[in-house]
Design a protein around this ligand. Structure first.
Ligand code: ZN
Length: 728
């Protein structure tokens, strides 16, 4: 094995050249342990190493990353095992590779229940744990929230930007700093996720101007500025000396190299080579550089090791990642090992998956057309050596097969069906589905991603046009892509989505049916088919499609919510209640589902539970009018009209055109003995709904209520006048 290794760069050589003191902190050279230190983990989405100053880039602006590298250890050759956000973060937190933790793609699956992560490990050790997330792709629904007491992922769902629904790093850091302020008594582990370098590149000022020509670098500069706020906060609190800081890119960005504009499909270095810096004052010598290639799978175990809280391997398994903390403490280079990488992204397009192995200078990519590169002589991976050096290609291919086989053995179908095993089985099924289910012809292999990437580029452009509202252009492009690759469920599904958004539900349904036929295990296609049928008022078909969608993807909260609506429309209130309750169980922050649950409970004559559900919905979304109107209605039904009035008033303040709440307000005023206020509300309701035929019944009721109140008022006026006359 040693014969194949690179000569490692001398550890400490750079440390001698760049010696920086730590402002305001005392070095403790003998300690060599960060036990009890805080941990700040900052993940920089989509940042490639060679666009950071400490990696030699001169055109960017990364003073905080560069300073951190000078104060800690810089891993010159850190590689992600997967160029996709969700699987990469699952690896960073757990020390497990994607075949082991089961998250292989964005938007699918759930992190298993059993394995320890940095969060579960440190929470068990008494740390405060908090995560602050910048994009929906890391939503708590995918299970990375385990172990975090606070998992702040408050990002509205958005069907057009989908998994890329995001919020600025500035807001994420605001939230993290506020959380740090809340409690200074315990050590903390805080994970901050920054998404400003992710496409579409739109950095805020001043970087929008400074980097007008290179907005990707502007996004990295904004990430760096936000990192700077976090570091300054540690300095201000005097915590820098007792906090391990780790900053890492989850994957890079191709920026058009090898034909890929962004990332995810291909396993070339612009996507895999990421910045990784760890600062542990007094424990890791300042200005150190590790030259040996390391994988992000090593990061979690190494951070846990530095804090003297070694990560436990799942029962019956070993961790894929290595704890490098001992080597870092002893100023030694870690030993060189083979590094694994994969992308299953292409399988969702009906294309082939790709895997890769890096052994020292050589990198082998397993694909329909295999590739072999010497990364030192050919850093741009331009000259494929696979045909010229078949012996090395064969050796690496065999080693790669060994890595993937040993990983998938861990998910033997004989395992009991706990959720961990289920997640793994699903991931295996997904792998098989890529080449077998969607391409049933024996021996037929999906397109090689490097050949299909040209279609992907056109797809990305069409999608950008769609997001920007240029639907005519987007429709033309999607139609051409479907013609070029008709077996591609993503292309067909996007065209369907476009028709759905533009109101052509019939065509959307037909295309979603086509996508489901191409890829029966495509969860998005099944779910979208079902909700489009529901939108089109095709209730029975929608009901059947929803049940199929939930069978395939039981963890999707919005599918259970849609099923609840379908059941309520069919008059099955008990079934609807159970579906809405399941939605809320899966997503306790879904105010809309809580409101639906409350409505059904009210109709089922379970008023106390209904009131509790309305209150939860109102607490989550104080200006959401529906539960305010619902709770008011419930209070009227419970003979508490006085209590009901403020709810209707708040509903109207939030939604002035909610006419039903106006009528309800009148009824509540009427029942609480204020006929003047009731008459005013009834008149207002009749005025604002004038000519509205859909509200004919309510208008009829309002007219007779108003007539009754008016006659009551005129009688009492007569009585008053009569009384006065007597006094005269
Ligand atoms: Zn990412």
């Amino acid at each position: 094995m040693a014969g194949g290794l690179v000569r490692l760069k001398a550890w400490g050589a750079v440390a001698g050249a760049v010696v920086l003191g730590f402002a305001g902190c005392v070095r403790a050279p003998a300690a060599r342990s960060a036990a009890g230190f805080n941990l700040l983990l900052v993940t920089l989405d989509t940042v490639r190493a060679d666009h950071v100053g400490a990696w030699g880039y001169r055109a960017g602006e990364t003073p905080n990353l560069d300073r951190l590298a000078a104060e800690g250890v810089r891993f010159a050759e850190a590689e992600t095992p997967v160029p996709l956000t969700l699987p990469s973060h699952a690896t960073i937190l757990s020390g497990l590779l994607p075949p082991e933790h089961g998250l292989r793609n964005n938007g699918f699956g759930r992190f298993p229940e059993a394995p320890a992560t940095l969060a579960t490990d440190l929470a068990a050790a008494g740390y405060r744990t908090g995560a602050f997330i910048a994009a929906f792709v890391l939503d708590h629904g995918y299970g990375l929230n385990r172990g975090f007491a606070t998992y702040d992922d408050d990002i509205p769902r958005d069907t057009v930007s989908g998994l890329d629904a995001r919020r600025p790093g500035r807001l994420v850091v605001d939230r993290a700093l506020a959380w740090l302020d809340e409690d200074a008594t315990k050590p903390f582990f805080v994970w901050v996720h920054l998404y400003d370098a992710h496409a579409p590149y739109a950095p805020p000022e001043p970087f929008a101007t400074t980097f007008a020509a290179r907005p990707y670098d502007g996004g990295i500069a904004e990430d760096d500025a936000q990192l700077g706020r976090l570091l300054a906060d540690l300095d201000r609190r005097g915590l820098a000396a007792r906090t391990v800081v780790a900053v890492v890119g989850d994957h890079g960005e191709e920026l058009g190299e090898h034909g890929e504009l962004t990332h995810g499909f291909l396993l070339y270095e612009p996507s895999l080579h990421v910045p990784l810096i760890v600062r542990a004052p007094g424990v890791i010598p300042a200005g150190s550089v590790v030259g040996a290639p390391v994988s992000l799978v090593d990061l979690g175990p190494t951070l846990a090791g530095l804090l003297d809280r070694p990560l436990a391997a799942p029962a019956g398994h070993t961790l894929d990642g290595r704890d490098l903390s001992a080597a870092l403490r002893r100023r030694r280079e870690p030993s060189a090992v083979d590094l694994y990488a994969e992308s299953m992204y292409g399988t969702s397009f009906g294309w082939s998956p790709v895997t890769a192995i890096r052994r020292a200078d050589l990198k082998y990519i397993a694909a329909p057309r295999p590739e072999l590169y010497n990364l030192v002589r050919d850093p741009h991976e331009a000259a494929n050596l696979a045909a010229n050096r078949p012996r090395e290609a064969h050796q690496l291919a065999a080693a790669l097969t060994g890595m993937t086989t040993s990983a998938s053995q861990a998910a033997s179908p004989a395992d009991t069906l706990d959720s961990e095993a289920r997640a793994k089985l699903l991931s295996l099924g997904y792998l098989a589905g890529a080449s077998l289910t969607t391409k049933p012809t024996p021996g037929k292999v999906g397109k090689d991603p490097k050949d299909a990437v040209v279609l992907l580029q056109r797809f990305d452009e069409a999608h950008a046009a769609f997001v920007a509202g240029k639907t005519g252009l987007a429709r033309h492009e999607f139609e051409q892509l479907v013609a070029a690759d008709p077996g591609n469920p993503v292309f067909v599904g996007q065209l369907a989505e476009l028709y759905r958004r533009t109101g052509d539900l019939g065509r959307a349904v037909a295309l979603y049916r086509q996508a489901v036929a191409i890829a029966p295990s495509d969860r998005d296609a099944r779910y979208n088919l079902a909700v489009t049928l529901q939108e089109a008022g095709r209730g029975d078909e929608a009901f059947a499609a929803l049940k199929d969608a939930i069978k395939l993807d039981p963890g999707r909260p919005e599918a259970h919510n849609a099923l609840g609506i379908a059941l309520a429309l069919r008059g099955d209130l008990e079934g609807a209640r159970s579906a809405f309750a399941r939605t809320v169980e899966l997503d306790p922050h879904d105010a809309r589902a809580l409101n639906n649950l409350a409505n059904v409970l009210r109709d089922l004559k379970r008023p106390d539970e209904a009131a509790a559900a309305y209150r939860r919905a109102i607490a989550l979304a104080p200006s959401y009018a529906d539960p305010l109107n619902g709770l008011g209605t419930l209070e009227v039904q419970r003979h508490h009209p006085v209590e009901a009035i403020p709810y209707f008033q708040r509903a109207l303040a939030a939604a002035p055109t909610m006419h039903e709440a106006r009528l309800n307000l009148g009824i509540a005023e009427d029942l609480s003995g204020d006929p003047n206020a009731a008459a005013a509300a009834y008149r207002e309701f009749l005025k604002e709904t004038d000519g509205d035929r859909e509200l004919a019944r309510q208008r009829e009721a309002a007219r007779s209520l108003l007539a009754r109140v008016e006659s009551m008022l005129s009688r009492s006026q007569d009585a008053d006048q009569g009384g006065r006359r007597k006094e005269d």
